[in-house]
Design a protein around this ligand. Structure first.
Ligand SMILES: [Zn+2]
Length: 454
């Protein structure tokens, strides 16, 4: 495996990310990514680099073998700890392994012997997804193949935690300095995969057939027939559509915007093929937009590698809205790094919201902060932000098979971890996940939001 070249561009990007998350973007201490004795005109910060082959060694490290340190060992003594769990060390610096992980030089400069730059680049650029071959049945990089999952830190916003450690040392060095703090935010997003339970009479007939033949349930067949007929004759008030305005109400009561991702094409088995120009639906979208919510594109199953199709769908949605579209999340979270980022950026998308795992909640990119995308192989920044996704409805109920109560606990603990690093907790709840068999999980979600409003 070939380790990536850590260029000056990449290093500048990583510093900027760490300082921004630390709320230190306006502080300009002299800083260096180099030897511990780098000279400075005034006290600065040095991060000493890991060995050049450290990246591939990290991938090859057996599961559960990473070094972890107690949080207190990484903060200046006596400084308040924003979090208390032990912290994994992704990359030790190559030199001075016998010295403490972080120390202060005689001139007051802070010396990191933990390579925060490499860790930030490793997590944010998703380099491992480029070089590792594992894929699931939808050609997605699976959570279980990731270093974060294998080494047990997928539930830690590790980049943000490193930035909080950097902040604490800067505060110790400059007692008069006040970091810029962000408050905890929620990002509530909703992929609209369906406009009603059965899009066509064929789909309804097939389900009713299954009810009768396989489940041998006349009651279910009757209920499904009713669902189909009601959504056919009273489309506008069918539960999949009425959920949309309720999502908007929820967001407003939390003083935030909801984001709705809309399919505008796709003809695989995994696409539902509803018509984005349906006048009833179009009117709802315009109403949501008028209320200040965001309508984004939900590029269909094949678009993650198909710019022509991506563009056609974006134009179809823009025509339906009479407005430009700047937000997107890939259907099925299908994504290839860096190709899908490049396609989105080329299409004029400003914010992609795909990077979470379907199989597991957590921090795929190691962060709860939106971040500008850096294409590591091409050594350049893209004009696009990634808004990493943290928890999806289906992850809780289907992939992890959690009870509603367990789902609520997961949501709470994710919120706590995001709040500790002043980030934005990014949730995905589908409009179809508001009715049976989802009702108890939707209730847990609603209860979680109610708690957040307090
Ligand atoms: Zn979808």
């Amino acid at each position: 495996m070939i380790d990536p070249a850590i260029t000056p561009n990449a290093i500048a990007y990583a510093w900027e990310r760490l300082l921004d998350i630390a709320g230190a973007e306006n502080l300009t201490p002299p800083y260096a990514y180099g030897p511990a004795n780098t000279p400075f005109p005034e006290p600065g910060v040095v991060i000493t680099p890991a060995a050049p082959d450290a990246w591939s060694r990290l991938l090859e490290l057996p599961a559960g073998q990473l070094d972890w340190l107690p949080a207190a060992a990484l903060f200046p003594s006596g400084s308040p700890l924003p979090f208390h769990d032990p912290v994994p060390i992704l990359f030790w610096s190559d030199a001075d392994r016998d010295k403490p992980p972080i120390g202060v030089r005689a001139d007051g400069s802070i010396i990191f012997r933990v390579d925060l730059i490499a860790a930030a680049l490793f997590m944010l650029t998703r380099w491992e997804e480029i070089v590792l071959p594992q894929r699931d049945e939808h050609d997605r990089f699976p959570a279980i193949a990731s270093t974060a999952y294998r080494q047990g830190f997928l539930e830690q916003p590790i980049v943000d935690r490193y930035a909080m450690i950097l902040r604490a040392w800067l505060q110790r060095q400059r007692p008069a300095w006040q970091p810029r703090r962000r408050t905890f935010r929620l990002r509530l997003s909703h992929d609209i995969d369906h406009l009603r339970r059965f899009e066509t009479i064929d789909l309804a007939a097939r389900q009713i057939g299954r009810d009768l033949l396989r489940a041998k349930s006349l009651g279910r067949a009757w209920q499904d027939a009713q669902d189909y007929l009601q959504a056919r004759w009273r489309f506008a008030s069918n539960p999949y559509l009425s959920a949309l305005e309720r999502f908007a109400d929820q967001a407003e009561s939390l003083d935030t915007q909801a984001v709705f991702y809309v399919l505008a094409g796709g003809n695989t088995l995994y696409d539902t093929g509803y018509d984005v120009a349906n006048p009833v639906f179009q009117e709802i979208l315009l109403r949501l937009r008028a209320r200040g919510h965001i309508i984004g594109l939900h590029p269909s199953y094949e678009t993650y590698l198909n710019p022509q199709q991506y563009l056609a769908e974006k134009e179809r949605l823009q025509n339906a809205l009479g407005a430009e579209v700047h937000h997107a999340r890939q259907h099925y979270l299908r994504f290839r790094v860096p190709d899908t980022w490049r396609i989105a950026a080329d299409m004029g998308i400003q914010e992609d919201a795909t990077l979470g795992y379907a199989q597991h909640e957590g921090f795929r990119c190691g962060t709860a902060h939106p971040f500008p995308v850096f294409d590591l192989p091409a050594d350049e920044r893209l004009p696009l932000f990634e808004l990493p996704l943290h928890v999806m409805d289906g992850t809780l109920k289907e992939y992890q098979q959690l009870s509603p109560e367990e789902s609520l606990q997961r949501l709470r603990s994710m919120a706590r971890r995001v709040a500790e690093v002043e980030g934005a907790l990014h949730l995905l709840w589908h409009n179809h996940a508001t009715v049976q068999p989802w009702t108890p999980w939707h209730k847990a979600y609603t209860q979680f939001l109610d708690e957040m409003a307090l």
